[in-house]
Design a protein around this ligand. Structure first.
Ligand SMILES: NC(=O)c1ccc[n+]([C@@H]2O[C@H](COP(=O)([O-])OP(=O)(O)OC[C@H]3O[C@@H](n4cnc5c(N)ncnc54)[C@H](O)[C@@H]3O)[C@@H](O)[C@H]2O)c1
Length: 324
């Protein structure tokens, strides 16, 4: 079965490509390499192209007969989206519209979408389940919610069936250490701590230690990359027997504070993390934890990496191999 992975040169997409290839799928990666890496596509076929270029998509779908599409391509920096919203609406909304239109014309009707906890905005309760109000507080979150809205309409009108997976914080790397997390700029906590240990003269910044949490630092839900990818495999199968536009949260249901992550990194690496405490960043809620019971029940999915040190250990192994 041939599957198209849009954004397969990126962090999450490249792990998905590996898992699908190992499960026997024929994988084609479509990526403009704007934030992805050619060397991360170690399995399947890479086609360099842009979702904003309709002729790239037309040529791709004429050349291949896809059973379905997994769509990881997006711009995903919250701060940048506030300063440059146009880029986000163009890349994330128009780009996805172009892709869905091409699928419609080519008769491809299975779609998995990388959505995000950012569609919920400030949590009104915790843990957050799928029924939580959707009130994004930045253009990035809005762009993802717009796509989810589009997917509801495309399922009803055109029979394109989809699963939107609302990720909390993806973390870790494949245990083989062949691929890992590499963003520029890097805004995620775990890679930033690990880079601060490996790079000269970098001090970690902790944004706020006066939140209403046990140690005052923000609490987040970290889901291992391979648990996340397993859920995509299950969601793809689910679409074989379920019609419509469905959505599932993906997290591991446990929150860890920034200080707990720093201490866990020291435990794994035996290195002391040098950090400074800075002012809070605007728009950072104190606690973000997922209720993923719907995915557990309907997709028959379970997170295997519940030990945060194991998650960090896989990331550390990959980071140690990079030439910083
Ligand atoms: N990393 C996380 O913790 C997290 C959390 C929630 C949601 N997400 C979502 O998951 C997806 C993957 O995230 P990631 O961390 O792997 O990001 P990433 O930046 O590593 O990967 C995105 C990939 O999409 C490609 N791309 C972007 N725009 C494109 C376009 N117009 N045409 C073709 N290719 C394009 C990039 O080159 C890159 O390879 C994104 O949609 C992101 O919003 C990620």
């Amino acid at each position: 079965m041939k599957i198209l992975i849009c954004g397969g040169a990126g962090y999450i997409g490249s792990h998905m490509v590996k898992m699908l290839s190992e499960a026997g799928y024929d994988v084609v990666v479509f990526d403009n390499l704007s934030t992805g890496h050619r060397e991360a596509v170690k399995w399947g076929t890479l086609v360099v192209g842009d979702l904003l270029n309709k002729s790239d998509l037309k040529a791709l779908f004429e050349q291949h007969d896809f059973a379905g599409v997994m769509h990881f391509s997006a711009r995903s920096l919250v701060g940048e989206s506030i300063v440059e919203p146009a880029i986000y609406y163009e890349n994330n909304v128009v780009g996805t519209y172009n892709l869905l239109e091409q699928m419609r014309h080519s008769g491809v009707d299975r779609f998995i979408f990388s959505s995000t906890a950012a569609i919920y905005g400030n949590p009104e309760n915790t843990p957050i389940d799928e029924a939580h109000p959707k009130q994004p507080i930045n253009p990035y979150g809005h762009s993802k919610l717009m796509v989810e809205t589009m997917l509801n309409d495309y399922a009803r009108a055109y029979g394109i069936n989809s699963v939107s997976l609302r990720y909390f914080n993806a973390a870790g790397a494949d245990p083989s250490a062949q691929i890992g997390e590499s963003h520029d700029p890097e805004t995620h906590l775990i890679p930033n701590i690990l880079r601060s240990l490996l790079l000269e003269g970098i001090q970690l910044k902790v944004f706020g230690d006066d939140y209403d949490t046990p140690d005052g630092t923000c609490v987040r839900d970290y889901i291992h990359i391979n648990d996340l990818c397993q859920a995509h495999l299950k969601a793809f199968d689910y679409l074989g027997s379920h019609k419509g536009a469905m959505a599932f949260n993906l997290g591991n249901g446990t929150g860890f504070s920034v200080m707990e992550i720093i201490n866990a990194v020291t435990e794994v690496t035996s290195k002391v993390v040098d950090y400074s405490v800075e002012a809070r960043r605007p728009g950072d809620p104190a606690v973000l934890i997922a209720d993923s019971q719907r995915a557990v029940k309907d997709l028959n999915w379970i997170a295997e990496y519940t030990d945060i040190e194991k998650v960090i250990e896989t990331a550390w192994r990959w980071h140690c191999q990079q030439s910083y």
